[in-house]
Design a binder for this molecule. Structure first.
Ligand code: TTP
Length: 188
C-alpha cells in the first residue's frame, strides 16, 4: 500500500471487522477490553452508535498507535434492535425486519494519544417479506445471536432476503470501510 499508517490496534472481537480491516490492506493487532455497552436515554440511533464506540475507545490511550473501535446498531422506525438475547428475541426482530426498510448505523472511534475522533455511517436496508418457517430456518442454520438486528448481510439473509441496500454494504457488516479509510488519512 502506498500510504503508510502508524501501527493500528483494532479493539474488536468481531471477526467481520477483522476481515474488513484485512481487506483494506491494513496491518493491525487485535486487543480486547470489556466495555459496558449501555447508553443514556434520548440519543438518536446515530448518536447511540457513536456513543458506544466512544465508550469502547475510552479504555485505550493509543500512544503512537491508532486504536479503532466500532459499534453497529439496527434501527427500525425509531426502535433500536441490538443483539438478540435468545431465539424468541431473534424471531421477533426478524419478523419486524421482514417486508420493511430499516437503517444500520455504525459508529467508529479513532484514538491516538490524547486525540479521539468519532464518526458514523448510515445504510438503509430493505428486506423482502419472509415466512415464519424461513425465519426459523435462518436462525437454526445461521445462529445470528452475535449480530445486531439478528441477521448478517454477508450470509443467507443478505443473499436471499435483502432486496436493496442504499449506502455502504460494509457499514452493515460492521465497519464503513470507505469512510474509515478517508478518516484515517485525515487522522494520522
Ligand atoms: C446488521 C449486521 C450486524 N453484524 C454484526 C457486526 C457486529 O459484529 C455485530 C454488532 O455488535 P457490536 O456490539 O457492534 O460488535 P461486537 O460485539 O460484535 O464486537 P466488538 O464490540 O468487540 O467490536 O453485528 C453483521 O455481521 N452483519 C450484519 O448484517
Amino acid at each position: 500500500m502506498s500510504v503508510q499508517f502508524p501501527p493500528i490496534i483494532l479493539a474488536s472481537k468481531s471477526p467481520r471487522r477483522q476481515e474488513l480491516l484485512t481487506l483494506m490492506g491494513l496491518d493491525f493487532k487485535v486487543e480486547l477490553k470489556d466495555v459496558d455497552e449501555s447508553y443514556p436515554e434520548g440519543l438518536s440511533p446515530a448518536e447511540i452508535a457513536v456513543y458506544i464506540s466512544g465508550q469502547k475507545a475510552k479504555a485505550f490511550t493509543g500512544d503512537g498507535e491508532i486504536v479503532i473501535t466500532a459499534d453497529t446498531i439496527v434501527a427500525l422506525n425509531g426502535e433500536i434492535l441490538g443483539k438478540p438475547t435468545d431465539r424468541a428475541h431473534a424471531q421477533e426482530m426478524l419478523k419486524k425486519l421482514s417486508g420493511s426498510k430499516h437503517e444500520v448505523f455504525t459508529g467508529v472511534t479513532l484514538v491516538k494519544g490524547e486525540r479521539m475522533y468519532s464518526f458514523y455511517d448510515r445504510t438503509a436496508v430493505t428486506c423482502k417479506a419472509v415466512t415464519a418457517t424461513e425465519i426459523d430456518f435462518y436462525i437454526d442454520n445461521y445462529k445470528p445471536f452475535d449480530k445486531a438486528g439478528s441477521y448478517g448481510v454477508q450470509d443467507w439473509w443478505g443473499i436471499v432476503v435483502v432486496e436493496r441496500i442504499e449506502g455502504s454494504y460494509t457499514n452493515v457488516m460492521g465497519l464503513p470501510t470507505e469512510k474509515l479509510y478517508n478518516e484515517l488519512l485525515k487522522f494520522i
